[in-house]
Design a binder for this molecule. Structure first.
Ligand code: ADP
Length: 298
């Protein structure tokens, strides 16, 4: 497993598991319930992540619980530094929790897996490979290239004509579409998206949001989408999870009862504005606290 913090996470995990005071029966019940859940369920159970830093231990996430249904679209909204990426990387299998665990389809996550595809703000396309080579890479590694599927992904993402281009020859929006095609080529059950559109200009961002909604509405996938943009969080989600400032915990869960299919025109409706106001109010104090933390005042 590739750990960002190679300092003492494993030791801390072992020690704290020994100290764990979980009720075994409750754990068994929880596990059997999650095991019966469909493909693409995520259970974040009592998740704590502590990083070792030069200044001592830093608790990024503290005892977080969250259940995500199969095929649900959940956005996670939180101020900068509140532990959003940490949670996502624990689900992806890039990071070990210090305490607690992440279950996917009822099984603990121990390592990365192509069934959990990850997209970051900066695309991870190989710059020395063409777009086609990038998109084929994952399936090729598993000896499972389906050319007709790859052709249809190029069509779906509007990438025809760019098959032999290199990433640097594409605009930012096209690069993110190629990144989505690369992710979808692996046919993931769960898409983990860490502020994938925040580096794009407003117009391109809107188009990408609509593209993602189309992709999600066509396929049966669970999406966990991190953002600090309130409007984006509501437009995309079935539920918006608002996180506290660090150490990150779930502060609020907002059910988004807007009709689907959705498009960016909905942001002017009364119901959208109501939900947006509620989410903004919920995150306001946390954003203030995060700013104080960043300035060393908290
Ligand atoms: P977010 O995604 O909400 O911005 P992160 O999960 O990236 O937050 O980080 C949460 C906190 O953990 C931040 O204070 C960040 O500086 C700290 N952090 C993240 N990664 C590491 C690391 N590898 N070592 C030490 N501290 C880290």
């Amino acid at each position: 497993m590739s750990e960002r913090d190679t300092t003492n996470a494993r030791t801390a995990t072992d020690e704290q598991h020994t100290d764990a005071t979980h009720d075994d029966t409750a754990d068994d019940e929880f596990r059997s319930w999650t095991e019966s859940s469909g493909t693409g369920t995520v259970n974040i159970q009592d998740l704590t992540k502590v990083y070792g830093t030069d200044g001592g231990e830093l608790t990024a996430v503290d005892s977080m619980d969250l259940h995500i249904e199969a095929e649900e679209f959940v956005t996670v909204l939180g101020p900068s530094g509140c532990g959003k990426s940490t949670v996502m990387e624990c689900i992806a299998g890039y990071l070990d929790p210090t305490e607690g665990e992440v279950l996917v389809n009822g099984d603990p996550v121990n390592e990365p897996d192509p069934s959990r595809g990850v997209v970051f703000q900066e695309n991870r396309l190989f710059p020395w490979k063409t777009i086609t080579e990038n998109v084929r890479f994952g399936p090729q590694m598993r000896d499972a290239v389906d050319q007709s599927r790859i052709d249809s992904l190029f069509d779906q993402m509007g990438l025809e004509g760019f098959e032999d281009s290199y990433p640097h020859e594409l605009s930012g929006g096209m690069q993110q579409r190629a990144e989505l095609a690369r992710l979808l080529a692996n046919d993931p059950d769960i898409m983990l998206m860490d502020e994938p559109f925040s580096g794009l200009d407003a117009m391109t961002k809107e188009l990408m949001q609509e593209k993602l909604l189309d992709v999600w509405e066509d396929d049966d996938r669970t999406v966990l989408f991190i953002t600090h943009d309130v409007e984006e969080a509501i437009l995309l989600a079935d539920r918006v999870v608002v996180m506290t400032a660090r150490p990150g915990q779930v502060k609020d869960v907002i059910d988004v009862d807007l009709d689907r299919p959705r498009d960016t025109d909905m942001v002017t409706t009364d119901r959208f504005n109501e939900l947006q106001r509620r989410a903004s109010e919920s995150i306001h104090d946390e954003a203030e606290r995060a700013m104080e933390q960043a300035e060393g005042r908290a």
